[in-house]
Design a protein around this ligand. Structure first.
Ligand code: 13P
Ligand code: SF4
Length: 350
């Protein structure tokens, strides 16, 4: 990265001292991650944000829904800053509040709204989390989806899971003993989700038709190819990958789990990793004694994570030095109060 910008970021951070805390998601660029006070998966970053009351400003190097969650979990005296407001998440954008409200009416028409517990993936907007909070549900991340679903099935008979069909299906089928027939796919672009009332009544889990375009690029062919090329390879994937990919993998988990697994692996072992490329490249650099490769042949960055680059980070920090707050993320208090209930429920999971 540009040495001039590196020096400016370091100087601004030093000038700000403890008044600023920089959080970095594992998918961030190296040039940004070097300035993170803490790195983590979305669950760890949510907890870290809530645990920093002394920092007046939290610069969140990640995507919009993560910064919103941090704002909801931090006190009024703290401001969360997203260095580029265009750092969104295409998956989170696949579930809009009016669509989810319509879907809830469809469930009510099928006579099941009273027995359905809504569970939203962290990768959703604050107003979706607010909806879930209002309806007695819970937020989950890729590191606690099974625990969140276990909790939800203690509260009701069925789960409505959004926006990531893959995390929902993979958790229900591979970790909880449900069958693929227990899952139905609700398509927000079709009348009544494209489902009959009977299909909804028979389902154990209703999955929203959303997905991550980055993880959606990995296919069963990617797994078969790498196994043919590197016979001893271990395939390690994120649960946002498609069901057939996760089913064919050796290990599945959140970005934090992926890092821990590679760190604990013996020297000389081979790992094909199905997640975002910045993280896989960093792991390969940090573990030259292990053979670490990207699961697919085509490059696969998350373009919105990559929007947070060093120039944006320098700008955010230098604005703070100048006494200005650029790009604050402020969730309206009413939405935040409802969303907080669903987030606190997640943080309280056993
Ligand atoms: P993690 O919670 O595993 O960090 O995943 C977040 C994410 O956006 C994955 O695409
Ligand atoms: Fe969203 Fe996928 Fe990027 Fe994660 S990797 S932030 S789910 S688009």
């Amino acid at each position: 990265s540009d040495p001039g910008l590196v020096a400016r970021a370091a100087a601004a951070k030093a000038a700000l001292g403890d008044s600023v805390f920089v959080l970095g998601h594992h998918y961030q660029r190296d040039e940004v991650i070097q300035f993170a006070d803490v790195t983590g998966d979305s669950f760890k970053l949510a907890r870290e944000a809530a645990a920093r009351p002394q920092a007046e400003h939290i610069v969140f190097c990640g995507v919009h829904f993560m910064a919103e969650s941090a704002d909801i979990l931090t006190g009024d005296a703290q401001t969360v800053i997203l260095p580029d407001l265009a750092a969104g998440c295409s998956m989170a954008d696949m579930a809009a509040l009016p669509q989810v409200e319509t879907a809830w009416e469809v469930l009510a028409d099928a006579g099941i709204a009273d027995v359905v517990v809504p569970v939203t993936y962290m990768n959703s907007s604050a107003d979706i989390k607010g909806f879930v909070g209002r309806h007695g549900g819970v937020v989950c991340t890729s590191s606690n989806a099974k625990r969140a679903l276990d909790w939800a099935y203690e509260q009701g008979e069925k789960v409505f899971f959004f926006p990531d069909q893959h995390l929902g299906r993979n958790t229900a089928v591979l970790e909880m003993g449900f069958t693929l027939d227990d899952c139905v796919l609700y398509d927000p672009h079709k009348p009544a989700g494209g489902l009959t009332a009977q299909q909804l009544r028979d389902a154990k889990i209703i999955l929203w038709r959303g997905h991550c375009s980055v993880h959606g690029r990995f296919s069963l062919d990617s797994v078969n190819d790498v196994r043919a090329r590197v016979p001893e390879v271990n395939v390690l994937v994120h649960p946002e990958c498609r069901h057939e990919v996760v089913n064919a993998a050796d290990l599945i988990g959140s970005t934090e789990f992926i890092i821990r697994t590679v760190e604990a692996a013996p020297g000389g072992s081979a790992w094909a990793i199905g997640t975002e490329l910045n993280l896989v490249r960093r792991l390969a650099k940090a573990h030259p004694d292990k053979q670490i490769m990207f699961l697919d042949k085509t490059v696969c960055y998350c373009s919105t994570m990559n929007r947070i680059d060093l120039p944006h980070l320098v700008w955010s920090l230098e604005e703070l030095v100048a006494g200005r707050v650029a790009n604050p993320i402020r969730v309206d208090p009413q939405t935040a109060a409802h969303a907080r209930r669903a987030l606190d429920q997640m943080l309280a999971l056993p």
